[in-house]
Design a protein around this ligand. Structure first.
Ligand code: FAD
Length: 829
């Protein structure tokens, strides 16, 4: 067994010890700076409300597992979860609508829930003010985690299983050699380890700093208060009624006013997110392990009553019986917020064997711990953790300024109704392509991703709407799906399909893999045979050991020992870089270099693309000169470029890449030359619709590590005849090739030709929720909305299903894909 050191004995660290023990690992030491009976981190005072459902399937599944596990941790006839249910109430019409959307998530992820009327809310929760509540969402399996107790019981049982615990022992350094951890430093020596997992909660920043790693979390204080006993509840014998767990009503959320509630016997607990963000530096918290108790612990700051005033007023409005009480005890408790609200989980890109599991709520704690234990012991977590990966952040997102601003904003917005496309308002313009000035001149509407400004459509194309043929006219959208959308998208799609358009592809990740070991590395990490002639592009998957998809990439062989990778995320870069390092250490030198920002790229696509290119180059862009999936160096009016013959939108054309300094000139040359051929600049809105018509998947949204290539419909990227071993090959070979997968990513079209869905909605078959939508867009070619969805494998083409959208059922049909140009005639033109 590997020697493991876990830093931190909060709910995450103790769960991790337990998950590792249950997988047979034996050499585990947990090091905690505080006393074990009350370590003093966020867990020590967490009120423990577990609302399981979010828009994230991963997080919801983590929560579901946490509930199951807390129910199974038992002593003296009492487990560690009080399943009182959860009730979210709406006091505004907008929230009432949003609860319908949320109810959709519960169906998508398989959590039982019910939308309830105002009257039913009052039945479930008699103390509510009937004049205030409009309705609610009731989730019977939600409830209260007894987090501190669970931590103690986990310590007990893992200790019995041989886990060593060191209390009042701060880790002061991480020891390493040759790019690997070798142990941790503690005051009176060190502990040797092969794997160190930091479960240090909001101290994670300090632990990261010990190894030069920026941990993108911000400790923020959050107010929690308890009332004096509620007169009408005094004397109620909860002990008898519910086995010593001091609450019987559902946990309650009043998100319109940033509030949540639970009972503590005859007192009430009130949590508030409506106050100003109050950032804290963990290293400044002076308490030592000697003076930790209920009221004094590092994670508990002085209550600032004035910040709580609005919460108290609103509480008395929502729960009139609390007018007879006062605030007995309040505190500003510290826990972690992150730039995108997700936890921080994974191996440090710069140090093998150093792992983190931080910014994790009690709600998700056992789920995250199990995922980490699974990755450590088997190489794969059964629940996809792509969106939690420590390495998901771009470099610019790891700056202190970015972390502070975006994490604080996340605190402010935690209960807000947010549209899935809603961009950050700030910080913006962190990364702009060399075409940015021109795009602005054309009235680009930008949305942000990974710090990049990405045009979604151009106002300059608005007048094209006047010339659109009737069958291309955009259909009216409902108010929600019309947000962050413009009918101009239809015009841009029309131009791409019928003339030619240029798309800014700069923000797509591009890496260079070079050196004598480059081919070996890529052969080992990808499903395709990339030992091709220089000048060839190959579409490939990267899998994990169990055959789950960790990314899909384009590998272009530029020279014998020089490849360019078109990838998805910063996590791809971390993975390739780590594997390259290991390869090089074995003497097979290979280097991975990120070139996204130092280059730029234009997708020039459409039936008239060749007319445009021929105006500005003397290089051969014919089918012979540059066949489909070919790549070559060329010059465009004197500008050195690399031209990739491929297209995400399913039309003839090229991705034309150059280095940043030539970018604006390249844009101008193509734009000018294209005018007489009807060229326009087009944005992401059209791009997404066109790619979906071609059935091209988006990694992360459509497929992830939970899926194998056959289910996801990307088996074409697996080269069956490849004799070289590659990661995931053995696992794929165990999958019977003739057997229909039990679930598949399928293409749906919406029957009425106009009802839009946006993604993550549940899909019903014969009245039963059987799957969920991944991507969606209006399909201009079929003149219907398209939705890709994960569905049972036995649903065949022609099957009628229903998609739930804000409580409404929309009829859709499973159809053959791709919807557009299945023979690739356009691409090969
Ligand atoms: P912690 O419990 O903070 O544990 C980390 C441990 O690491 C600490 O014990 C610390 O002493 C130790 N440590 C740190 N540095 C070192 C070092 N150098 N050496 C050794 N040990 C070290 N979550 C919910 O799900 N539901 C809720 O209702 C909820 N309400 C909350 C209300 C409040 C007021 C607060 C503050 C938080 C709330 N949370 C809630 C969040 C939740 O409490 C935390 O996210 C969770 O407890 C974090 O657990 P953890 O194990 O990661 O961190």
């Amino acid at each position: 067994s590997q020697r493991v050191v876990i830093i931190g004995a909060g709910i995450v660290g103790t769960n991790l010890a337990d998950e590792l023990v249950s997988r047979g690992w034996t050499d585990i030491t947990v090091v905690e700076q505080g006393p074990l009976y009350m370590p003093g981190g966020s867990t020590s005072h967490a009120p423990g409300l577990v609302f399981q459902t979010t828009s994230s399937k991963t997080m919801t599944n983590f929560a579901r597992y946490t509930v199951e596990k807390l129910q199974s941790i038992e002593k003296d006839g009492q487990n560690c979860f009080n399943q009182v249910g959860g009730l979210e109430v709406a006091t505004t019409p907008a929230r009432l609508e949003d609860l319908k959307r949320k109810h959709g998530y519960t169906s998508s992820w398989g959590i039982e829930a019910r939308l309830v009327s105002a009257e039913e809310c009052l039945k479930l929760y008699p103390h509510l003010n009937k004049d205030v509540v409009l309705g609610g969402l009731h989730i019977p399996s939600d409830g209260l985690a007894l987090a501190a107790r669970a931590t103690q019981l986990l310590i007990e049982r893992t200790r019995d299983a041989g886990v060593k615990y060191l209390e009042s022992t701060p880790v002061t350094g991480i020891e390493r050699a040759n790019g690997r951890v070798t142990g941790v430093t503690i005051p009176n020596g060190s502990i040797a380890a092969d794997i160190v997992v930091s479960c240090a909660g909001f101290w994670g920043v300090e632990l990261g700093a010990m190894v030069g790693l920026s941990i993108p979390l911000l400790p923020l204080a959050h107010q929690y208060a308890k009332t004096t006993p509620v007169p009408s509840l005094v004397g109620r014998d909860l002990n008898k009624k519910i086995n010593g767990k001091n609450a019987e009503l559902p946990i309650l959320r009043h998100q319109d006013q940033d509030l949540y509630y639970r009972e503590h016997g005859d007192q009430y607990g009130i949590g508030y997110y409506g106050h100003r963000p109050m950032p804290v530096k963990a290293s400044s918290l002076g308490l030592t392990s000697k003076n930790v108790d209920e009221k004094n612990m590092p994670s508990r700051l002085e209550f600032t009553a004035e910040d709580f005033d609005p919460a108290w007023r609103e509480t008395q409005r929502l729960l009139p019986m609390l007018r007879d009480t006062e605030i007995a005890d309040g505190f500003n408790g510290i826990f972690s917020f992150t730039p995108d609200g997700g936890p921080i989980v994974g191996q440090a890109p710069n140090l093998d064997g150093f792992w983190v599991a931080e910014a994790v709520w009690v709600t998700h704690s056992a789920g995250v711990a199990r995922a980490v234990a699974e990755v450590l012991t088997t190489g794969r977590s059964q629940i996809d953790i792509t969106e939690c990966e420590l390495s998901r952040f771009e470099e610019v997102q790891l700056s202190q300024e970015y972390i502070e601003e975006t994490s604080s904003q996340n605190f402010v917005e935690i209960y807000d109704i947010l549209h899935p496309s809603q961009p950050k308002e700030s910080p913006r313009q962190l990364r702009t392509s060399p075409f940015y000035a021109r795009e602005k001149e054309l009235g680009a509407y930008f949305l942000e991703l990974g710090g990049w400004e990405r045009p979604f459509w151009y106002e300059s194309n608005k007048e094209l709407l006047n010339y659109l043929p009737p069958k291309w006219k955009p259909v009216e959208r409902d108010a929600w799906s019309a947000q962050f959308y413009s009918p101009i998208v239809a015009a841009e799609a029309w131009k791409t399909r019928n003339a030619v358009a240029m798309f800014d592809m700069t923000s797509f990740h591009r890496f260079e893999v070079s050196g004598p070991g480059a081919l070996d590395l890529l052969q080992r990490l990808s499903t395709a045979d990339v030992n091709t002639k220089p000048g060839t592009i190959t579409y490939a998957l990267m899998l994990n050991d169990q055959g789950g998809i960790r990314s899909d990439i384009f590998i272009s062989r530029l020279e014998e020992n020089l490849f360019q990778i078109g990838a998805n995320t910063a996590t791809d870069l971390a993975y390739l870089s780590r594997e390259a390092r290991h390869h090089s250490q074995k003497g097979n030198f290979v280097q991975v270099r990120e070139i996204t920002g130092s280059t730029c790229c234009i997708g020039l696509w459409g039936p008239r693309a060749r007319d445009v290119i021929n105006e500005i180059t003397t290089d051969d862009f014919s089918n012979k000169g540059l066949p489909y999936f070919g790549v070559k160096q060329a010059t465009i009016n004197g500008i050195p470029v690399t031209a990739f013959r491929k297209s995400y939108v399913g039309e003839l054309g090229w991705e034309i890449q150059t280095t940043a300094e030539y970018g604006q000139r390249l844009w101008d040359i193509i734009f000018q030359a294209g005018k007489i051929h009807g060229l326009i600049a087009a944005g992401r809105g059209a791009f997404n619709a066109l790619r979906l018509e071609k059935g091209y998947r988006t990694y992360g949204t459509d497929m992830n590590t939970e899926h194998n290539p056959y289910e996801a419909g990307v088996a074409g990227a697996v080269r069956a005849s490849k004799w070289e071993d590659y990661v995931g090959k053995a696992a794929l070979e165990r999958i019977p090739s003739k057997q229909k997968p039990s679930r598949r990513l399928r293409c749906l079209t919406v029957n009425d030709g106009r009802s839009m869905v946006l993604g993550k909605e549940p899909v019903f078959y014969n009245g039963k929720a059987v799957g969920y939508v991944t991507s969606s867009a209006f399909g201009f070619t079929v003149r219907k909305p398209i939705a890709y969805a994960w569905l049972p494998g036995n649903l065949d083409e022609g099957a009628g299903v229903e998609i739930e959208y804000f409580g409404r059922r929309i009829k859709a049909t499973v159809v053959a894909e791709p919807l557009y140009d299945p023979d690739n005639k356009r691409l090969l033109a």
